[in-house]
Design a protein around this ligand. Structure first.
Ligand code: BGC
Length: 879
């Protein structure tokens, strides 16, 4: 039977916030093999029974099941129902239905003014405020929506219940240029007669303390809410209750809430019933208007940050020093929640969140730098349940400094809080340590995708370091559907990019002009190779994984400006020299006490300049921008030549004898074909010199295993990945890591630690080796000519003593599964290929085919290969 499994709108299931043209896609299933779509039919309607159609495609003879554009004029804030059916020439599927909700199609349609319950004098405070408005519903409601945003962070309630599951709204963007608003369907919460909308506002990233110098008020001095309730009546009329100074304000029981430092909540200040009708708000004051350029409001597409995973304590124990500590068994980002049964008014709960114990097993908070990560709760009396609101902590452990009742495990819970993204990938194999590493990579992602891709979630940093995001983006995009997340963030990259094309080190950029005293930014806060390159690498990775050209078009000017910036600041061809370059950041071959690896930054920067130009010239080609394509292709050839001239000797050795130098030169294909073998041999020698260990940092690490396996050193690549002693990925696993560390030697073999000023235990960058695990061990490789897995390669490279591996990826076309088992005398490979896609199966080193499952294999010098259509296939061959 032919079935549509799911429909996506702009790569999301049933999204809210649609503006302008949409891209529809659908994944299909069939119990037959080799199924391809012949035609599709789409209908979009304003009502559920599809009697008010606004769009009908008719039967379209086409194989397209992704990126199908519908561009019609949508109504503002309206739910549309969409259904699709398809035919493969033999069968017609049933209709599959979904829906989406539109945003305002033009910024001008926005109604609410921005209102604040704070005064200018409160600029240095971070207590929360409350805002409320009663309204009455006199007619029958067909649909109701809440549309809102804020300066600061907000949580909204309708008739006592929280609206939507999102937290930390409106998220963090380059607020002056782009502020996102959210839309929630509240139809089932509206009732006849009196209704109340309530909003709680916190300082958040907008006016709270952020950055190296702990500055506050980065974007403004007062929190404010702007929004409206939209009521559609059954008589066809629409009423909008927009924010204005009729809305009243008061102080919230949150007397302090800061991203780094935590929250203080005085339950004695609660005003029971404030979210409900008939609450006496006569003591509340009028709100005041705060200015806001409404033209900079944009809809949030898709879901926001949510409570995703709930964990119970693994243990509650006392440290040698006598501290009471809860261990959640997992380093995470989010909240510690607790319940009280019968506290006395004025009793205090105090919790300190932290990542690791020191060598003696005591509480260790030094690596948090100045971030306090402390929660204080003052009881009102009686029972209570609490979790923080406008702050988050990076922690595995919680020190219970004060708790008025017995500290029992069942009173505490941890919530991992991050941007909601569907999990799309998984990897498992016969090596338990590798599976554990995989788990740590996933948790590194969960820990640092809180609205923006952050470097770390615990110390006083937690900012969108572009380099870290770029390094991890392809691994992330395997693990979860990152499309909406990165699409949002990459628009901020462009928004914060300087006029001259320089891309800031962190996005949203809160560092420029604010950290002259910090050595890292003393020469400026922009323009670092491999960091700024996020502007190109991330859209490119999204294009590869989702096949989406729109993202390339959207980011085109930003990418081009960055290439031009590098060109403007280069000499003798590829030598890009601009301000401070981080280079192979925190590599182990750095001089004692230094963060800068031994590979000259002029080499790494030149390599990235070459590679970015290559990618950009390809993008220009994909988008049909012929003259740009020709221009940048020619520039790339020049740069490559120049790189060779400056850094590669005639015998294939490099001017810098470091692992990272060889890795980038090989991985970015900068070594002439005839010298590759020699360069690869040199890399192997440098690896041997370290006894098979890496000494690489942010630049070399992500590509190390690829540089080896692509150049005839698969065995060495496996050995590198499987090393268990220091320094290695599995070293941290064996040391009990549950996330990815910032430093290979975050925790040294003797129990001592790396300098506390830069020692995060939740830094996803080195988790980028995940990319190699899915692509090489798993064997799932994108075909750039048919991106989005429309056609792909299945080419596992078996090794490392693994007896099996299973890689599953939920592509936009459906489930891809690759499982191989290495038996004593043969290999079994079982694959699942989605309907309307096909793959080339390439069996490296395969000798004789034992069972071909009807596939026609051809033999080449190094492999057996066959074209495989959709369905489940199992082959057996002698390796
Ligand atoms: C961050 C890194 C970042 C680096 C820039 C650090 O403070 O935590 O991950 O990329 O600075 O070199």
């Amino acid at each position: 039977m032919l079935k549509i499994k799911n429909i996506t709108v702009n790569y999301l299931k049933a999204p809210f916030g649609i503006q302008g043209e949409i891209q529809l896609g659908w994944a299909m299933e069939s119990d037959r093999r080799n199924v391809t779509q012949r035609s599709y039919e789409i209908e979009i309607s304003e009502n559920r029974d599809f009697s008010k159609l606004v769009y009908e495609s008719g039967v379209v003879s086409s194989a397209a099941s992704a990126h199908v554009v519908v561009d019609i004029a949508w109504k503002d804030i309206c739910k549309y129902y969409v259904r699709v059916r398809v035919s493969d020439g033999q069968e017609i599927s049933d209709w599959k239905e979904s829906y989406f909700i539109t945003a305002y199609q033009k910024q001008e349609s926005w109604h609410g003014t921005f209102i604040s319950a704070e005064t200018q004098e409160e600029r240095n405070e971070s207590g929360a405020t409350l805002i409320r408005r009663e309204f009455s519903v006199k007619k029958e409601v067909a649909a109701a929506y809440f549309v809102g945003t804020a300066h600061g962070l907000y949580r909204a309630y309708l008739n006592g219940a929280k609206i939507g599951e999102d937290e930390f709204r409106p998220g963090w963007t380059s607020y002056h240029k782009r502020l996102l608003y959210q839309i929630y369907d509240v139809s089932c919460r509206i009732r006849p007669g009196k209704n109340v909308v309530g909003v709680m506002l916190g300082a958040g990233w907008y006016k709270g303390e952020m950055g190296f110098e702990h500055d506050r008020n980065h974007y403004g001095t007062r929190t404010a809410f702007g929004g409206q309730i939209v009521l559609d009546y059954t008589d066809g009329t629409r009423e909008v209750i927009a924010s204005d100074t009729e809305w009243k304000g008061a102080k919230a029981p949150i007397v302090f809430s800061e991203i780094y430092d935590g929250e203080i909540y005085d339950a004695g200040l609660e005003q029971p019933g404030w979210k409900l009708a008939d609450f006496d708000d006569s003591a509340w004051k009028k709100t005041e208007i705060v200015s806001r350029d409404l033209m900079t409001l944009y809809p949030q597409q898709g879901k926001g940050v949510q409570k995703i995973t709930k964990l119970s304590p693994a243990a509650v124990f006392e440290t040698p020093k006598g501290e009471t500590v809860i261990d959640f068994g997992q380093n995470l980002t989010g909240w510690c929640a607790f319940t009280l049964e019968n506290a006395v008014a004025g009793d205090v709960v105090e919790l300190k969140c932290f990542e690791v114990l020191d060598a003696e097993g005591n509480v260790y908070t030094e690596n948090l730098r100045k971030a306090k990560q402390t929660i204080r709760y003052i009881c009102r009396g009686g029972g209570a349940a609490y979790h923080p609101h406008f702050t988050y902590q990076g922690f595995r452990y919680v020190q219970v400094v004060r708790f008025p009742e017995p500290v029992r495990a069942d009173r505490f819970q941890a919530y991992a809080v991050h941007s909601y993204m569907e999990e799309t990938g998984s990897f498992q194999c016969s090596n338990e340590l590798l599976n554990r590493l995989q788990h740590n990579i996933l948790w590194g992602m969960k820990g640092n995708f809180l609205d923006v891709p952050t470097d770390c979630p615990q110390r006083d940093e937690r900012v969108g370091w572009t380099g870290d995001a770029q390094i991890f983006s392809s691994t992330a995009t395997f693990l979860m559907n990152t499309y909406a997340f990165f699409d949002k963030w990459i628009q901020d990259v462009a928004a914060d990019q300087r006029e001259d094309g320089a891309v800031p080190h962190v996005v949203p950029d809160i560092l420029t002009g604010k950290c002259e005293n910090n050595w890292l930014c003393s020469q400026g806060c922009e323009g670092a190779s491999a960091w700024a390159d996020a502007a190109i690498i991330i859209p490119w990775n999204l294009y590869r994984a989702y096949g989406d050209r729109r993202i390339l078009m959207q980011q085109y000017d930003s990418m081009k400006k960055w290439i031009e910036f590098m060109t403007d600041h280069s000499e003798e061809g590829c030598l890009f020299r601009y301000a401070l370059q981080f280079g192979d950041w925190v590599a182990l071959d750095a001089e004692e006490g230094s963060y800068f690896g031994a590979t000259p930054t002029v080499l790494t920067s030149a390599a990235f300049y070459c590679e970015m130009t290559r990618i950009f010239s390809e993008i220009a080609d994909i988008l049909g921008r012929k003259s740009d394509h020709e221009r940048y292709e020619a520039l790339y050839e020049e740069l490559k030549e120049s790189f060779r001239k400056h850094f590669i000797h005639e015998d294939g050795t490099l001017t810098a004898q470091t692992q990272t130098a060889y890795i980038v030169a090989l991985y970015f294909d900068l070594v002439p074909e005839k010298l590759r073998a020699r360069a690869a041999l040199e890399l192997k020698k440098l690896l041997d010199k370290e006894n098979g260990h890496l000494v690489t940092g942010f630049i070399g690490t992500p590509y190390f295993t690829h540089a080896l396996s692509r150049n005839g050193y698969l065995r060495e690549a496996y050995e590198l990945l499987l090393k268990e002693d220091f320094p290695s990925w599995l070293y941290s696993v064996k040391m009990g890591a549950t996330t990815i560390w910032e430093h290979w030697d975050g925790l040294k073999p003797d129990g001592s630690m790396w300098s506390a000023d830069m020692n995060s235990f939740n830094h996803y960058a080195y988790g980028s080796v995940g990319d190699w695990m899915y692509r090489v061990i798993g064997g799932l490789e994108i075909d750039e000519k048919h991106p989005g897995y429309e056609h792909f390669y299945i080419q596992p490279q078996i090794g490392g003593g693994l007896t099996w591996a299973e890689t599953v990826y939920e592509s936009i076309h459906g489930t891809i599964r690759i499982r191989w088992e290495h038996k004593e005398d043969y290999v079994m490979l079982k694959v699942e290929i989605p309907v309307n896609t096909d793959a080339d199966m390439i069996l490296f080193g395969a000798g004789r085919m034992l069972e071909a499952d009807g596939l026609e294999f051809t033999k080449t010098e190094h492999d057996l290969r066959a074209r495989v259509g959709s369905g489940v296939w199992t082959v057996k061959y002698i390796a």
